[in-house]
Design a protein around this ligand. Structure first.
Ligand SMILES: Nc1ncnc2c1ncn2[C@@H]1O[C@H](COP(=O)(O)OP(=O)(O)OP(=O)(O)O)[C@@H](O)[C@H]1O
Ligand SMILES: [Mg+2]
Length: 370
């Protein structure tokens, strides 16, 4: 799938903008603070219904204006669609082909996008939450009922935690058993989907990382933890292990007023060689690792969906040396995805004459090639 055009009105520092984009994509270059990330943010908002920078709609509306509007025309499986996003300070309306969306999540089935932002370095550097989010967004792109299992799991978890907090004077064993059974059921689904997706992703990520690092770095690896110990005593059976853990942890969970084990506590252990990438990998290696994961996701989605997703890479060239940049760029071209790139230093990136190249200055764009 790919975008044909993107238009913005009063979005961030952009008063009015109309971009026409070839199927190969676009390179946005320009100095700091000119509007490159804002353009990518607008596209991401159309694709997902959310910004990657803020949850507050008013921050995205151009200062001094009362509303903003974005429109994206795209082709999916040979059919043209239009997504319109209208932003008012406390209000956001999204329509697809002039029909209001029942839920923002239905956009996921409509537009497939893989995005890399500088903040994504938190996948290797930051807390487990960022890694879970990365995995879950990827799974949701592939498994349409994953989101429902996640929502249901979160609901049961909330109820269970509420019961734990109210349990000073005793606990209703029947209610607890019901909640545990539901938690284990949804939990197993979540864990299975996550594991299956990562199993398919890992060989691709290793191949891409080895390519980007030109075989000079140790081999990366990824391991998903369940959010509790999978003891061999129960033949590593997920449901039995989770059940036994909930039973064992009950006194502590009551004292804490929350459930301390389960997929909401899962983590993805990413290593380079035999070392945790968080402590061991350099800044550039961490960036290359995250990029390899995202590119692996593109390749995986392309084979599952039979067409590549849109790939969005903000400020991709910083911290990568020019050799790694050019290998990465070749991989982008081979992925056949429509690529949206932003950079302050275009000199490092090889030219692709099929991509449009725009200079972004003070919220305006100027086409540099034709
Ligand atoms: N609501 C808003 N109204 C007007 N201007 C805004 C608004 N929000 C942000 N800006 C400004 O928009 C400009 C563009 O920001 P953006 O993040 O898109 O820049 P950029 O080109 O990606 O820069 P960098 O290379 O530093 O990442 C900045 O100067 C920022 O202060
Ligand atoms: Mg930026």
């Amino acid at each position: 799938m790919f975008l044909e055009s993107l238009s913005l009105h009063n979005f961030r520092n952009i008063a009015q903008l109309e971009l026409t984009i070839p199927a190969q994509g676009v390179l946005l270059q320009g100095n700091n603070g000119q509007g490159k990330t804002s353009i990518l943010e607008a596209l991401y908002l159309c694709a997902t219904g959310r910004s990657f920078r803020t949850q507050r709609v008013h921050e995205m509306i151009r200062h001094g204006e009362s509303a903003a509007r974005i429109s994206a025309r795209f082709i999916r499986r040979g059919v043209r669609h239009v997504i319109d996003v209208s932003l008012q300070p406390k209000h956001r309306v999204i329509t697809v082909d002039d029909k209001r969306l029942p839920a923002t999540s239905s956009l996921l089935q409509m537009v497939n996008i893989v995005a890399f932002f500088p903040d994504d370095l938190c996948i290797t550097k930051g807390p487990a939450e960022g890694r879970r989010h990365f995995v879950d967004r990827m799974v949701a792109n592939i498994q349409s009922d994953f989101l429902m299992s996640s929502v249901n799991y979160a609901k049961v978890l909330k109820s269970r935690n509420h019961v734990l907090r109210q349990s000073q004077n005793g606990i209703d064993p029947v209610l607890m058993k019901t909640l545990d059974e539901q938690l284990i059921g949804y939990g197993e689904k979540i864990h299975t989907y996550r594991s299956q997706t990562l199993k398919a992703l890992l060989p691709l990520a290793i191949e891409i990382y080895t390519e980007i690092s030109m075989g000079k770095d140790p081999t990366p690896n990824m391991e998903l933890t369940a959010g509790f110990l999978l003891s061999s005593e129960y033949m590593s059976d997920y449901k039995t292990n989770f059940k036994k853990t909930l039973e064992k942890d009950l006194p502590r969970d009551r004292a804490l007023g929350m459930t301390s084990s389960g997929p909401h506590r899962a983590d993805l252990f990413i290593s380079l060689g035999n070392y945790n990438s968080r402590q061991y990998a350099s800044q550039g290696q961490q960036r290359a690792l995250v990029l390899a994961l995202k590119l692996a996701e593109v390749h995986m989605l392309r084979s599952i969906l039979e067409s590549p997703p849109i790939l969005l890479l903000d400020d991709v060239s910083s911290e990568l040396d020019s050799e790694r940049c050019s290998v990465l760029f070749n991989d982008l071209v081979q992925s056949e995805a429509q690529v949206w790139l932003s950079t302050t230093g275009a000199a490092k990136l090889p030219e692709n004459p099929k991509m449009s190249k725009y200079e972004v200055t003070d919220g305006h764009v100027n086409l540099l090639n034709s």
